[in-house]
Design a protein around this ligand. Structure first.
Ligand code: SF4
Length: 367
């Protein structure tokens, strides 16, 4: 079966969930309304990981609308200033060394916690149209040393299109590596396991330029035989797989669950990248955000259970001013922060402390 055929079988309507998830009439109606605002698409594989008897199943929370919360939420749709970092259609340049390209609005599954839900599964004017213009932009900015192909999910592009991106980007000597942002190993491992041409394409260009795949495991239930096999297939051709996790209420806001996830990820040879503070996104904020102070305690406890290598995840907030590490609590109970990346390069490395209200989930735009 081709990967496109799997995707055609995705669950996209409330009607299709009624039976398998034993929806009440009330849930059914609310989900229908939410889908009209933010579409739903769930692979049959990811749906099969949900325990239908458990209304609090973490997989269900990431895949299925909340049943009302998404309609009333007061969050925003661009939490890290992406519009202001856009230099060409589909190209963002916030940090000096990194260019990010929005290659597609498509994803195998539309995660309910997605911070780009404004564009996922929709016709969007934010998606790149001109690959050559991207290459010209990079050439004109010699400080750029890497490109992140994102979206949506960059492995939802056709294999031919992925080959075109790699062909052009791998010719650029200034690039140290190319990154693919993709959740397919987690939500749709069949994309990797059922397309030998994709693996051949990646293997060819991996020999020319180091490729990283940055994926997104959030819960130990996502680590299955299929997702393990997809990660291994990438690693076997020399790709470095990294993981970023979003800390979410009701999904992984428990040190044992989060600690178990980090342990299993490192056992798979995946390099820990980020644990992200969940962003104040409309339809996400009130369902998933954990207050900063509590989130810090959960992450620190989960990290304390790890060996040195598995401790390498940075607990970070992707703020409009930059990537801010949340380092821990100071003696007076304030939180200690540090800029890992900053829109204003003078802030890189800067440490600061702030008092944080126990209910506060994000930092103000002006720090
Ligand atoms: S795969 Fe990534 S971009 Fe796509 S919906 Fe999920 S979080 Fe958003």
């Amino acid at each position: 079966m081709k990967w496109q055929d799997y995707i055609r079988e995705n669950v996209t309507t409330a009607e299709e969930l009624r039976e398998p998830l034993r929806l009440t009439q009330e849930e059914y109606e609310a989900i229908r309304e939410e889908i009209a605002l933010f579409p739903m698409s769930v692979t049959r594989y990811y749906l099969s990981l949900i325990d239908p008897e458990d209304p609090d199943d973490p997989i269900r929370k990431m895949a299925i609308p909340a049943g009302g919360v998404e309609l009333t939420d007061d969050g925003i749709l661009d939490t890290s200033g992406e519009a202001s970092n856009t230099k060409l259609q589909g190209l963002q340049h916030k940090y000096q060394q990194t260019v990010m390209v929005l290659t597609t609005p498509e994803c195998a599954m539309f995660c309910r916690h997605c911070f780009r839900r404004r564009l996922v599964g929709k016709a969007s004017k934010e998606i790149v149209v001109d690959m050559d213009a991207v290459v010209d932009y990079i050439r004109a900015h010699p400080q750029v040393s890497n490109v992140l192909l994102s979206g949506g999910d960059s492995l939802m592009l056709t294999t031919a299109r992925i080959g075109q991106w790699l062909s052009k980007l791998s010719e650029l000597e200034q690039l140290d590596f190319i990154r693919f942002g993709t959740r397919t190993p987690v939500t749709f491992p069949q994309r990797i396991l059922s397309d030998p041409e994709l693996m051949e394409t990646l293997a060819v260009y991996q020999k020319k330029k180091q490729i990283y795949v940055v994926t997104h495991f959030n819960h130990p239930k996502e680590i299955t035989d299929e997702s393990r096999a997809a990660v291994k297939a990438l690693q076997q051709i020399g790709i470095i797989v990294k993981n970023q996790t979003v800390l979410m209420r009701g999904v992984n806001d428990n040190p044992v669950v989060l600690g178990n996830l980090l342990k299993q990820i490192s056992a798979l040879g995946i390099v820990q990248h980020y644990i992200f503070q969940c962003r104040p996104v409309k339809g996400v904020k009130s369902r998933f955000q954990v207050p900063l102070s509590e989130a810090n305690d959960i992450v620190q406890a989960a990290l304390a259970m790890q060996n040195g290598l598995a401790k390498s995840a940075d607990f970070t907030m992707s703020h409009v001013t930059g990537k801010i590490r949340i380092l821990g609590k100071t003696g007076d109970g304030n939180l200690l922060f540090q800029y890992k990346q900053a829109k204003d390069p003078r802030n890189i490395g800067k440490l600061f402390t702030l008092p944080v209200d126990p209910t506060q989930t994000w930092l103000p735009e002006k720090i």
